[in-house]
Ligand binder design. Structure first.
Ligand SMILES: C[S@@+](CC[C@H](N)C(=O)[O-])C[C@H]1O[C@@H](n2cnc3c(N)ncnc32)[C@H](O)[C@@H]1O
Length: 172
């Protein structure tokens, strides 16, 4: 990732971490919670969540999930630790400050990867930028470029803001 872009995103979430849950709370109640439950319900086993933020997906993972959560912002990760504490006994949670584009994990070491409202923060000067997000970004080309097979897409939510994508490794 471009170091300036990384610093911008990290700085933004460092400044706004404490207000993040409050900022998204009305959207959470109205429509985000439903999509979190859907996304977290797709996975099982050892799961990597990129851009885990304040851990708002943790209540929705199936019991027994072994989760590694990575986020650029130490302040967001600190708040996610509260969600991890609340999920203790139901989930195993390992939270790390790090860059999803330079993961400190062995290849093929997770069963699934989840990212919600996170891919839109990765740098791309061609899309509309709002705060630290590119709200119009289409995630599908990134997933295809990563060599995965798309098995499901659906654009929904209010004004089509939520794009559900499920992809798997190519069959060998
Ligand atoms: C809009 S928030 C979404 C947080 C959470 N996924 C959710 O659904 O509430 C975007 C998060 O992605 C993180 N992020 C952005 N780029 C990242 C990167 N390259 N690696 C790890 N985390 C990143 C930000 O620090 C921020 O916490």
């Amino acid at each position: 990732m471009n170091p300036d872009a990384r610093a911008h995103i990290r700085g933004y979430y460092q400044r706004h971490a404490t207000g993040y849950d409050r900022q998204v709370s009305s959207a959470e109640r109205r429509f985000l919670g439903e999509h979190r439950a859907w996304a977290a319900g797709q996975v099982f086993g050892r799961v990597l969540e990129i851009g885990v933020g304040t851990g708002l997906n943790l209540p929705y993972y199936p019991a027994g999930t072994d989760l590694v959560g990575v986020d650029l912002s130490p302040s967001m990760v600190e708040l996610a630790r509260l969600q991890a504490a609340a999920a203790a006994g139901r989930l195993s949670v390992d939270l790390r400050v790090g860059d999803a584009e330079a993961l400190d994990l062995p290849d093929e070491s997770v069963d699934a990867v989840v990212g919600t409202y996170a891919l839109c923060t990765f740098p791309d000067p061609l899309a509309l930028r709002f705060q630290a997000d590119h709200l119009l970004r289409d995630p599908v080309p990134y997933v295809v470029d990563a060599g995965l097979d798309i098995v499901f897409t659906e654009r929904g939510g209010r004004v089509g803001l939520v794009y559900r994508v499920v992809a798997t490794k190519k069959a060998t």
